[in-house]
Ligand binder design. Structure first.
Ligand code: LMR
Length: 398
């Protein structure tokens, strides 16, 4: 039976990791997979993580299961981090949380929850959205549709078109939103636009499903959660998928959680029984290590302060690189305006070149990015910025 299976195409993001590793040219530049890198091109373990990890390992007395909802202390700390201390949804006991294997696990749990509640739910995603949103959400059988989002002409959001589409959705449609640092475009909603969207969600009774994977890496820890905090305060039901991969640098530890805000504590308790059942049927219980580390960091004032300092340093490096890149590109490609890159936020931007040019960058210049020309800004550094800008200039000339 299994011999019937045909070979599948390689994942557009993960496939690049293999291609990059296999390239032996010393000039190679990895702007593919979205991991933070320092100026030496390393993805370091944060100091706050190293410190907390020692404490966690020293204290650990068992390897027994963590339990169906995972680490409760972690879940609560993450709810306070995302929503802010004293958030009305927390004060009214309307938040229920489950630890998940990374942000991906949280997204799948959320989608499965919608399917349990309403199998015909349609989930609307931005055009474009993170490539893995598609299989994660539609893989459980939900229908997926798209709303307009990125405007390549301005590098910003096509807000009127987005609102126009959302206004036309039927009640109880789910809408997947990126809290900040939109992946793959870097084009974020302003606070004013979040407020306008809130009215649409209220009027049309839409269900927001918010993916927050870069808190602290865009504008600030509180600023990057502005939309989540607003929606969770003002709407009866919101699902929030959280990842600790990037802002805690815990990629391989698969650390994340799903928060569901519902109308009442009783509704929340019922929802949690469904989430536990769903998790049990997929992976049973989450891993312990990453969540224990994050819990330790957030519970310890010194650890927390150290994390804030480290996430701030990562953000400043990315923002600085955005400005340096715009300057380099202005020198190497004076006839094209790349200024939008400095106005965008987070790890990603679209360079705005076509697939043939992306291939030429890879094959002729050893510069790796996804075919849609998404670049991971954090993959740039003092040593490769000029090389990269000149490579772009060359493929644009050809
Ligand atoms: C990315 O967008 O490159 C990251 O989120 C890594 C991944 O799993 O795709």
């Amino acid at each position: 039976m299994l011999e019937r299976l045909e070979r599948l195409p390689i994942d557009p993001i993960l496939g690049l990791m293999g291609l990059f590793r296999a390239d032996t040219d010393p000039r190679k530049v990895d702007l593919g997979v979205g991991v933070y890198r320092d100026d030496q091109g390393h993805t370091p373990i944060l100091s706050c993580v190293r410190r907390a990890e020692q404490t966690v390992l020293g204290r650990q007395a068992t390897k027994s299961y963590v339990g169906p909802t995972g680490n409760i202390g972690f879940n609560q700390a993450m709810a306070r981090l995302v929503l802010g201390e004293g958030h009305p949804a927390l004060a009214s006991d309307r938040v229920r949380s489950i630890q998940a294997p990374g942000g991906c696990g949280a997204l799948r749990l959320g989608a499965e929850l919608f399917r349990s509640a309403q199998p015909e739910t349609v989930v609307h995603v931005s055009t474009p959205t993170w490539a893995n949103h598609i299989p994660l959400v539609s893989g459980c059988g939900l229908k997926l549709e798209r709303y307009p989002y990125y405007d390549p002409a301005t590098g910003g959001v096509k807000f009127d078109a987005m609102v126009g589409t959302l206004e036309g959705l039927s009640p109880r449609s789910a809408v997947l939103l990126h809290a900040s640092c939109h992946n793959p475009t870097g084009a974020d909603l302003s606070e004013g636009q979040w407020r306008e969207l809130l009215d649409v969600f209220k009027r049309r009774s839409l269900l927001p499903f918010i993916d927050i994977a870069y808190q602290g890496l865009g504008t600030g820890v509180a600023e990057d959660a502005f939309g989540v905090r607003l929606f969770c305060a003002e709407l009866p039901e919101v699902a929030v998928a959280v990842s600790c991969s990037k802002n805690f640098g815990l990629y391989r530890e698969r650390t994340g959680c799903l928060h569901v805000i519902s109308e009442s504590p009783t509704a929340g308790d019922a929802i949690l029984t469904h989430l536990v059942r769903i998790a049990r049927s997929i992976y049973s219980m989450p891993p312990d290590h990453g969540a224990a580390i994050v819990q330790e960091i957030l519970a310890d004032p010194t650890g927390r302060e150290q994390w804030i300092d480290e996430v701030t340093a990562m953000r400043k490096r990315i923002t600085g690189l955005r400005h340096q890149l715009v300057k380099q590109l202005a020198r190497s490609c004076p006839h094209r305006d790349f200024g939008f890159i400095a106005a965008q936020r987070g790890m990603f931007s679209f360079l705005g070149v076509d697939t043939a040019q992306v291939r030429a960058l890879r094959e002729q210049h050893h510069v790796y990015m996804t075919d849609d020309s998404r670049i991971n800004i954090a993959g740039l550094c003092a040593d490769n910025l000029e090389y990269f800008a000149q490579a772009v200039a060359q493929v644009l000339r050809n």
